[in-house]
Design a protein around this ligand. Sequence first.
Ligand SMILES: Cc1cc2nc3c(=O)[nH]c(=O)nc-3n(C[C@H](O)[C@H](O)[C@H](O)COP(=O)(O)OP(=O)(O)OC[C@H]3O[C@@H](n4cnc5c(N)ncnc54)[C@H](O)[C@@H]3O)c2cc1C
Length: 202
Amino acid sequence: MFPDTDSSQTIIDCFLTAARNAGVILKTGTAIKDLVIEDEGSFRIDLDNGTGIRADKVCVTSGSLKSSPLTRAIGSLGHSVEPLVPSLFASDVSDPLLEGLAGLSVQNASVKTIPKSPPQTGPVLITHRGFSGPAILRLSAWEARTLQAQDYRFGISINWLGNTRPEELRSTFASFRAESGKALVKNRIPGEIPLPPLGAAR
Ligand SMILES: Cc1cc2nc3c(=O)[nH]c(=O)nc-3n(C[C@H](O)[C@H](O)[C@H](O)COP(=O)(O)OP(=O)(O)OC[C@H]3O[C@@H](n4cnc5c(N)ncnc54)[C@H](O)[C@@H]3O)c2cc1C
């Protein structure tokens, strides 16, 4: 999630409001130490402040379970834990075509891995090391396991015009040609593609 406010507080407020509206009771300042199934099929949740809670159902949302006591507790309940893989990362790309373009961003691009992953849309930023921005981060999250299996060597395909289809673009160029055939292409760029700085690769 990348809220318009650019502040994670918006996400926190959203969850807290939803929890409040649903009558959720929040207990903070203590951690869950163990989860045990009681004889009658309910759960006993042991907290590290020495108290416990009984529950009919338990949903564990502890983020990463790395070195958490919950890994053992979940294992003893018969669940398996998927190995962790990196997620939400930018892509390192060294290509002369990107020279001098660091800092440029396009708000509505569509990116996918090659040969084929579902496309992710949103802002893409060209950095000094390759690509970043919400669409790239989303791609790294949704393809996290596939990319790890490929040792993080993969092709990337970016449609800088979002989901614009080739036939739409052809018709846009045809009308540009009809209306102002003498104009330079750089003055009539479709969509929101920014002009590269002077001296950059084109
Ligand atoms: C630096 C950074 C920047 C990020 N920026 C973005 C961003 O811009 N946009 C975006 O969408 N995502 C971003 N993320 C990723 C995002 O923060 C995570 O994907 C998200 O927080 C995962 O939510 P979660 O509820 O699964 O886990 P978490 O947010 O990790 O919540 C798990 C909670 O469980 C608690 N917990 C763990 N063990 C126990 C226990 N035994 N007993 C009790 N409580 C326990 C933890 O204290 C924690 O509060 C960022 C992550 C990082 C690290």
